[in-house]
Design a protein around this ligand. Sequence first.
Ligand SMILES: Nc1ncnc2c1ncn2[C@@H]1O[C@H](COP(=O)(O)OP(=O)(O)OP(=O)(O)O)[C@@H](O)[C@H]1O
Length: 258
Amino acid sequence: MTDTPLLKVRDISKFYGARIGCQNVSFDLWPGEVLAIVGESGSGKTTLLNCLATRLMPTSGAVEYRMRDGQMRDLSRMSEAERRFLMRTDWGFVHQNPADGLRMAVSAGANVGERLMAVGERHYGNIRETAGSWLGRVEISVDRIDDQPRDFSGGMRQRLQIARNLVTSPRLIFMDEPTGGLDVSVQARLLDLLRGLVQDLGLSAIIVTHDLAVARLLSHRMMVMKDGLVIEQGLTDRVLDDPREAYTQLLVSSILQV
Ligand SMILES: Nc1ncnc2c1ncn2[C@@H]1O[C@H](COP(=O)(O)OP(=O)(O)OP(=O)(O)O)[C@@H](O)[C@H]1O
């Protein structure tokens, strides 16, 4: 870890007209750190994630990102082209619904290879070889490389979306309910895979989930949101084993009773 954060978030608020999306959120994300944002439906998790990933413009506040050259840059002051370049190279975004993050009508290999081309790789043989090795890493048989994701199962699509995101060696990954909508057994396998990849690659990640088990397994630190506000944050094990806020206690105990 270095002594500067990768992401500096200061007083981010987003209002939809008079409705609060999220309010006054501040935190630092450190290199190699995985942060989970948890809370019930409508608490503002996705709004916050989208503000951080520049998919939504916050109403107020600032997000700064440490570029590869070490400079901290205010994301709202970047040009659209610079932001798009970051999204295609240094960052990844894993959607809950893989169809939102994949091109369903092109082959699995092309879905992965396309991101490599965005960072300048031009050699067809290299692209295909790297794509094939990434399919293997996400446990998709290489003989499916020419198949389209619409012929894949939900779990395979999600693993393909992860490969597409990780192939460019991003430094920061945003994930919105990455295991949502999958069968429990498929979720468990995906979580295991994600945990291994995040560790091996030393990735920084921000994961939105309503599932505390996902937060427990993947994250170092977590933030609990309620009505758009962060009401508690801390190391994941501390928050889950010794929640301080009554709302977090309720959230944790309701899960344990299931
Ligand atoms: N495009 C929008 N227009 C108006 N209000 C919105 C919009 N998107 C979200 N909201 C409101 O902002 C608040 C936070 O929503 P958000 O989707 O961020 O919550 P969430 O915690 O991600 O919920 P979920 O887990 O159900 O996705 C909610 O009150 C929601 O109704």
